[in-house]
Design a protein around this ligand. Structure first.
Ligand SMILES: NC(=O)c1ccc[n+]([C@@H]2O[C@H](COP(=O)([O-])OP(=O)(O)OC[C@H]3O[C@@H](n4cnc5c(N)ncnc54)[C@H](O)[C@@H]3O)[C@@H](O)[C@H]2O)c1
Length: 346
C-alpha cells in the first residue's frame, strides 16, 4: 500500500500501546508497505505490548514514541517531521465512573486533545482519520437494536467527551472537503489475541468480562451483579460483546474504505445480539471450571437494560465480516490472558 509519492503509507496510531490499539497495530503489521508510528504516554497502556508489536515489523516500519497528546508542541513537531497519510486515534481515558467525578480530565484528554490532533491533521494535510467512539454516545435508548441514526444522548461525561469529538470531526470535515473520517462506535469489547500475546490490561478495570475472569482466577473475591430485576429474560442487563480481533479488523476495513476515497461516515461496531450478565458469568464459570461467588446488588444508575448494535451499515457498506462471534471463545481468550498476566505478576 503506497501513497502518492510511491512511499509506504505512514499511519500515526495514538494509544497504540493500549488494549484495542495494540490489536489494530498487530493486524496492520500484516499489510505490506505500511509504516506505523505509535504514540502513547502509557497512562493506561500495557508497555509489554510494544515489544510484542516490534517483533512483527521490520525496524524501519515501526516506531514507538512516549508522547502525551497534551504536549501540543511535541505533537506538532511530529506532524512537521513525518509525512503521515492517516491517523487512527485510540488514546483516551475511558472509565465512566471516573468521568462523573472528574469530568474535566475527560474533556481535556478526550475532547481537547482530539481537537488539537484534528487541527494538526488539517494543518499538515493528513486527510484520513479513524476515531474510536463508543456506544456510550447513545445514552439509554429505549429502542433496540441501536442504529447509527438513533439519537445521541450521552448520560455521562465520558460519553459526552466522545460525542463532542465526533462533532468536532464532523464540522472539521464539512469545512475541508479533502479531510475524511470514519467514526467507529464500539459496543462492549472483550477477548484477547488468539495466540495470547496481547490482551486487555486496564489499570483500573471496569469492564465486565475481565472482572468476572478476575473472580474465576481468585484475583477478586466475588463478582457483583448490579440488578436482577431488569425487563430481560433472566433479569440481568444484556450487552453486545464484540471480540477485540473482530473490532480490530473493522479498523482495517475502515482504512481501506478511506483509501478507496469513500465519504466520511459513522458506523456501529457490535454483533447485533447480546448476552445477559448472568449468561456471561455462567460461561466464565463453565470455561474456568470455578464456581466463584456472585453477589446480587441494586441496579446502578445509568445502566440500561439492553444495549445492542444494529450492525447492518458496517457490514453492508464496509463489508465487515466478523469471525469470532462466540461468547465461549471470548471468555476462554479472556481467561487465558488473565492467567498469563497473573503468572507474570501483572
Ligand atoms: N475497551 C472498550 O470496551 C471500549 C469501548 C468503547 C470505546 N472504547 C474506546 O477505545 C479506545 C481505546 O480503548 P482501550 O480499551 O484500548 O483503552 P486503553 O486504556 O487500553 O488504551 C488507551 C491508550 O491511550 C493511551 N493514552 C491515553 N491518554 C493519552 C494521552 N493523552 N497521550 C498519549 N496516550 C494516551 C493510554 O496510555 C492507553 O495506552 C478509547 O478511545 C476508548 O474510549 C473502548
Amino acid at each position: 500500500m503506497q501513497n502518492k509519492e510511491n512511499e509506504p503509507m505512514h499511519i500515526l496510531v495514538t494509544g497504540g500501546a493500549g488494549y484495542i490499539g495494540s490489536h489494530v497495530v498487530r493486524q496492520l503489521s500484516q499489510m505490506q508497505d505500511i509504516k506505523i508510528t505509535v504514540i502513547d504516554n502509557l497512562c493506561g497502556g500495557y508497555f509489554d505490548s510494544i515489544s510484542e508489536l516490534k517483533l512483527l515489523f521490520q525496524s524501519d516500519r515501526f516506531e514507538f514514541l512516549n508522547v502525551d497528546l497534551n504536549d501540543f508542541g511535541r505533537v506538532e513537531e511530529l506532524f512537521k517531521d513525518s509525512k503521515f497519510d492517516g491517523v487512527i486515534h485510540f488514546a483516551a481515558h475511558l472509565q465512566v465512573g471516573e468521568s462523573v467525578l472528574n469530568p474535566l480530565k475527560y474533556y481535556m484528554n478526550n475532547t481537547v486533545n482530539t481537537t488539537h490532533l484534528i487541527h494538526m491533521c488539517q494543518k499538515y494535510e493528513v486527510n484520513k482519520f479513524i476515531f474510536s467512539s463508543t456506544a456510550a454516545v447513545y445514552g439509554e435508548p429505549s429502542k433496540m437494536p441501536i442504529r447509527e441514526t438513533t439519537p445521541t444522548a450521552p448520560i455521562n461525561p465520558y460519553g459526552m467527551s466522545k460525542l463532542m469529538s465526533e462533532l468536532v470531526l464532523q464540522d472539521a470535515a464539512r469545512a475541508n472537503q479533502d479531510f475524511k473520517y470514519v467514526i467507529l462506535r464500539y459496543f462492549n469489547v472483550a477477548g484477547a489475541s488468539m495466540d495470547n500475546s496481547i490482551g486487555e490490561c486496564h489499570i483500573h478495570e471496569t469492564h465486565l468480562i475481565p472482572l468476572i475472569v478476575h473472580a474465576a482466577i481468585g484475583k477478586r473475591e466475588k463478582i457483583m451483579m448490579f440488578g436482577a430485576d431488569y425487563p430481560t429474560p433472566d433479569g440481568s442487563c444484556i450487552r453486545d460483546y464484540v471480540h477485540v480481533e473482530d473490532l480490530a479488523s473493522a479498523h482495517i476495513q475502515a482504512w481501506h474504505y478511506l483509501n478507496e476515497g469513500h465519504e466520511s461516515d459513522v458506523f456501529n461496531c457490535g454483533y447485533g445480539h447480546g448476552y445477559s450478565v448472568k449468561e456471561v458469568i455462567d460461561m466464565v464459570k463453565r470455561v474456568s471450571g470455578v464456581n466463584f461467588k456472585v453477589e446480587i446488588a441494586l441496579r446502578r444508575e445509568g445502566d440500561p437494560a439492553e444495549l445492542i448494535a444494529d450492525n447492518l451499515k458496517i457490514k453492508n457498506i464496509m463489508g465487515w465480516k466478523p469471525k469470532y462471534d462466540d461468547l465461549e471463545l471470548i471468555c476462554k481468550n479472556a481467561l487465558n490472558w488473565e492467567q498469563k498476566m497473573t503468572k507474570k505478576g501483572t
